[in-house]
Structure formats: C-alpha cells, structure tokens
Design a protein around this ligand. Sequence first.
Ligand SMILES: Nc1ncnc2c1ncn2[C@@H]1O[C@@H]2COP(=O)(O)O[C@H]2[C@H]1O
Length: 226
Amino acid sequence: MGFLTDGLVGHLSYIFLIVSSLMRRMMLLRLFLVASAVTGIAYDWIWLGNVVGVFWEGLLIAVNVVQIALLWHRDRRARFSDEERRMIARYFRGGTPGHRRALFDHGEWVDLEPGHGLTWQGEKPRWLTYLSDGRAHYTVNGVRLGEIGPGHFVGEMSMLGETTATADAAIDVPTRVWRIDRDKLDRLQDTNPDLFGLVAAAIALDLRAKMVASNTRALEVALGPA
Ligand SMILES: Nc1ncnc2c1ncn2[C@@H]1O[C@@H]2COP(=O)(O)O[C@H]2[C@H]1O
C-alpha cells in the first residue's frame, strides 16, 4: 500500500505521461505532457528535493507551452476563401483549421481550359484534382462513359491499391480546380499522416457519392424513361 500512497503525486505525474502518449491530437498530447511535468515538479520539489528533476521538467513545460501557443496561433490565424470553405464543409470536417490551411497550401488553385487532360488510363496521375466548378468527363478504352461535376475529385481511384488511372479524364468547360501533386501526397502519407488522413477521408466520401450517382444512373436505365 505504501508504494501507492507514499508517492501519490509521483504516480499522478506518470499517469498523465501515459495518458499523453495515448492522445492522437497533438494539442491534447501536449496538455497532458504539461500536466505530467507540473505534477512531476511538485513531487520532485516537495517530496524528493530533486532539483535536477525540477529543472528538466521546467524545461519540458516551457517547450510544450511554446508549442501549444504556436498550434493555437496557427489555428486562429487560418483563413479560407469561399471555395475552400465549400470544400471544407463537404470533405474536410475533421482536422484543425491549421491542418486544413496546411493541406490547401500544399496544393494549388488553378483555372483549367476545355480539353485539358487530367488522367491517362494506365498511368499514374500527376495530380489529385478537385473540381470546384465546371465539368470533366472520363473515357475507358476510348469510350466516353460519364461526366464528373463540381464537388468531385478526379484521380482519386488510383490512390487506392493500384497507382495507375482507371480512365482517361479531361476538362469539358472552363473549370476551377484545387489540385495536389500525387508524389507530394505519397510523401505526406509518411511525413504528415494527419494531413494525408484528411485527403483519405475526403476521397472515401467522394467515392461513396460517385457510387450513389452510378446507382441512380443504373436505376434510370433499368426503369426506362418516366
Ligand atoms: N465510374 C466513375 N465515376 C466517376 N468517376 C470515375 C469513374 N471511373 C473513373 N472515374 C474518374 O476517372 C479517374 C481516372 O483516374 P483514377 O482511376 O485515379 O480516378 C478516376 C476517377 O476520378
């Protein structure tokens, strides 16, 4: 019993440390780390008289408080255009404002002209492209099969499993897009899984929407003209 009661504050410090390592959100992880260091300092100072521990835990608090302030500032400073806000509402509900801003900044907004190629069947697409407005179409083995309207991605299917495009896709009318380099996305998967997770969740949602649209088309064909 003495092991538990004698060092209650010391135990608490390590409990906070363990809880911090369970946190997936950086802000919470750092807050629990600070709580661990604060209780650790109290234990070291009052019960153990361990100034070395107090010094290093104080430094740990300072580093984490600065990092928390930077995260908070990044979230507060994040600003979005109207088209980015529409994309967030549709796809990027998760993540923090800072994450979303960083993701947009990894890509670019551009205007594309009719005829601009987006993907080529059998080749890895250069970009993952999101159509903010306008329209594209896709072709398999030279046969035009369908259109892709605003609010959808092009080049997302090849991110799952095979890396090569399942169709040729090209722009039909002047179209505003956000696009991100596929090689950069591959790197983000390793270097920044939080940002990559936002994209992965978005393309899952888009694939669902495309499946629903294809069911609707199949239903129209099955039922014939009304
Ligand atoms: N049935 C479909 N419905 C909507 N989009 C499609 C369909 N088939 C292919 N595409 C798009 O065409 C793209 C070709 O490259 P990807 O296979 O990477 O991703 C594909 C989708 O974005």
